[in-house]
Write a protein that binds this ligand. Sequence first.
Ligand SMILES: [Zn+2]
Length: 412
Amino acid sequence: MHNELRGSFQYMKALNRSIILNQIRQEEPISRAELAKKTSLTPPTVSNIVKELIESGFVLESKQGQSSGGRKPTMLVINSKNFYVIGLDVGPKYLRVVLTDLNGTVMNSFKKLIPSSLSNEDLLTFLIQAIREVMDHYKNELSKIIGIGIGMHGIVDVDQGLSLYAPTLRLQNVPIKSSLEKEFTIPVKVENDARVLALGESWFYNDTGHKNMITINVGRGIGAGIVINGNPFYGNNFIAGEVGHMIIDSDGIQCSCGNYGCLQTLATGPAMANKAIKEISNGRSSLLQKMTLNNSHNITGKLIYEAAIKGDELSKEVLKGAGIALGIGLTNIIHILNPERIVIGGGVSNAGDFVLGSVKETIAKRALTMAAKKTDIVISKSGEYGTAVGAVALIINENFSSDTLHFDTMNM
Ligand SMILES: [Zn+2]
């Protein structure tokens, strides 16, 4: 009985602490009085928890408060440089590594080519070496590093931190979390790369507070990260968001998965290249022929974009076609999940307005209601290291979010 009461008291306290931390992160600088008002917690509760947060180094007092006469209120800010997080983006081709502060500001970043043929152990050794490399720059501040977040391509069991299936590397059941935690003795979280990109967008790049949003990563494949109420959504077996295999045209061309007319056969870089090659072999003329010296196998999504900028009609048409297919896919997603915002990232995001224009037109034409037609569709601002920074958000989310209470790992 006594233990139960104590447990429930600690739970409430941890919950309140995460509510207050989140509020400070979103509204800083903020006074204790405003915190009490916005969180509906009593002023003494706010005071006690803020005192603890200051003592543990998460929060700082700052004197920048405004006052309408009388004394200036003491404002609270996140002590962002007191803790660091390492983030990894393990793609099919490159490993990208960042070290950031608590606000997601990148302090160190680099990328490495992943060897094309490697075993589970080789991949783990490769990751450990990269983490050692970034840690070497912070030798005197190692105790500030509170965790390692990892965005892994393919299907990931987030509970066990296991890469279930990484198709391009042809690896299965890589025990990333357990191996890295054993090596570094700090918390490690592993998540699918598209979901991590979505979480990072939601945490660090989203100034208007969208809690329900979807990030579509369009590169060699198409994946979606779904964030509902600020938390990633997994589905029953971790395959929620595999939108690349949404069927758009059942009479279409065959996909690597065996089905016909998947979104992936219509809107990825390789899909656009195939389309251009087909049109050229049917006798269409295009700047792409000159750009590849008539070797159409060298046509890529990137090259199609470059040709479109130079005014090439075929390239503009191909990009528009990809945009329409993506627009149909997004309309389906809007009808299922009704997000406030959809962020498009990955290679295709570089094609900007050529694709985005027809994506938006398609949604405006096909979505059910006026509100749905106006769903906010934007190109990701997070850039090359967006997924690695998103991986950082995995660790920060774990410590700040009111839905996940793991303060015991923080020695607080
Ligand atoms: Zn497919």
